[in-house]
Write a protein that binds this ligand. Structure first.
Ligand code: HEM
Length: 446
């Protein structure tokens, strides 16, 4: 069985400098030049890009048991998410997933719709009341999604703490990004500037979350949210509940996984709508026809189908989780190529979402691609912003509901435009696909 073709790169570091300079460009060019499975040598280790939907499906779903999360990226994330759902594995992950799953069930999250629209209306009111003409949409979407995740899952209004928490999360994510990009990262105990910043950020986050947990332990009345569910859960065998540390890991994971990705998806969506007035007009027409002046509700979601298409297309072009990594436990064969045990596999929704076999003119923003009649032709994993298989995003439905409700609520009341010259915004592929700079937008009442 042949080894996958290897990206040609000279020098000791191999493809690493290319990867650091422009990972998205490198991956897209490699798909074009080498095909669906490509190997990259990065100093002493290597990485295999798997781009075809069928191969992605093999790794994430069909053969998922052969692929774990013992990769550099997850090891870095583990330094602050520890044994939370995103980073844990094996028995512990399965037990936690079973405990958390009912909390994300459709019926259960439907009750969160009002919180989502109310938080969004508060933001619109603030914009319109302040009469400010430009807002930093990236920062405002981060604040909004942080408040939503805090209120719905932890019943805690973290919006007063939002700046502190937001800053600490930013530092933690930044430090994690740096560590992933380094050839040899200093150990976590090394008193480097980055490690010290990370330690301070973690202390802040720990303090906020542990405060919420301890207030909850003292409260007489049970609260109806995910944290309470986690606190009430008991291990089937031992009858023991979760420790504060375990609760902290899950809460921190939900905080991070639940707000950063959604905020980024919203930021890109506003940018795409402002640069595509024809699409925006259709969104406005749908909102006016379905809602009029009435507040959007969960029961309206089915009718807000064009907005759903817009959001899916926005996450096709800018998938917030642009890279998913795995490690092969045993030898495997993917697309006719040998994948030895221990290989790091890189799956990139950003790349697969532009695969020429499944997407024509892939850079064009065209929400009609997600018209149900056209979507049926596409194989699973041609579009997978939430991953797939057993480790698929647990917050998938939560996020879709939030994205559609936020877009509808804001569109109903105002219009967001880019200042002159603001049409082009680059990407900054770190753990998530952030815009390279803050997106500033002009707000006007509709
Ligand atoms: C647009 C928004 C979102 C995107 C694009 C997204 C994307 C993803 C992806 C790709 C994964 C799989 C990672 C892997 O396979 O290694 C994942 C996992 C996860 N997501 Fe999301 N996510 C979003 C929103 C949310 C929300 C709102 C929550 C919680 C409220 C959440 C919580 C999680 C958790 C806990 C996992 C780990 C699941 C497991 O391994 O069992 N995510 N997400």
């Amino acid at each position: 069985m042949p080894a996958p073709p290897t990206h040609l790169a000279r020098g000791l570091l191999g493809s690493l400098p290319h990867f650091r300079r422009d990972p998205l460009g490198l991956l897209l060019r490699s798909l074009r030049d080498y095909g669906d499975v490509v190997r990259f040598r990065m100093f002493t280790w290597s990485l295999i890009l798997v781009a075809h939907p069928q191969h992605v499906r093999r790794v994430l779903q069909e053969h998922a048991a052969n692929y774990n999360k013992q990769t550099r990226g997850f090891q870095v994330l583990r330094t602050f998410l520890r044994e939370g759902l995103l980073t844990s594995e094996g028995e512990h992950w399965l037990r936690q997933r079973r405990i958390l799953q009912p909390g994300f069930h459709h019926d259960r999250i439907a009750g969160f719709g009002t919180t989502m629209t109310r938080a969004t209306e508060d933001l619109v009111n603030r914009w319109l009341r302040a009469g400010t003409d430009t807002v930093d949409i990236t920062a405002d979407m981060m604040r909004l999604t942080l408040r939503i995740v805090g209120e719905t899952l932890l019943s805690a209004d973290v919006s007063q703490e939002s700046d502190r928490v937001g800053r600490a999360l930013h530092v933690a994510v930044h430090a994690a990004n740096d560590a992933i990009g380094q050839v040899i990262a200093p150990p976590a105990w090394w008193p480097s500037q980055r490690n010290r910043a990370l330690r301070d950020a973690l202390q802040t986050l720990d303090a906020v979350i542990l405060d919420i947990i301890s207030a909850r332990r003292r409260a007489d009345e049970p609260t109806d949210d995910l944290l309470s569910m986690l606190m009430q859960a008991r291990d089937e065998n031992t009858g023991l509940g979760m420790s504060d540390a375990q609760l902290r890991d899950e809460a921190m994971t939900i905080f991070l996984a639940g707000h950063e990705t959604t905020a980024i998806a919203l930021g890109w969506t506003w940018h795409l709508l402002a640069t595509h007035p024809d699409v925006r007009r259709r969104v406005e027409e749908e909102v006016d026809a379905v809602l009029g002046q009435r507040q959007p509700m969960v029961t309206d979601l089915q009718q807000l189908s064009y907005i759903e298409q817009v959001v899916k297309e926005s996450m096709r072009i800018y998938p917030p989780a642009w890279a998913i990594s795995r490690c092969a436990i045993k030898d495997d064969v993917i697309g006719g190529f040998r994948v030895p045990a221990g290989s790091t596999i890189l799956i990139s929704p950003y790349v697969t979402h532009r695969h020429p076999e499944f997407w024509s003119d892939p850079e064009r923003f065209d929400p009609d691609r997600f018209d149900p009649t056209r979507s049926v032709e596409r194989p699973p994993f041609a579009h997978f912003p939430f991953g797939g298989g057993p480790r698929q995003c647990i917050g998938n439905s939560f996020a879709m509901m939030e994205l559609v409700l936020v877009v509808a609520t804001i569109t109903q009341r105002c219009r967001l435009d880019l200042p002159p010259g603001g049409n082009v915004v680059g990407t900054q592929p770190s753990i998530t696909l952030r815009p390279a700079e803050s997106i500033r937008m002009h707000v006007s009442a509709r």
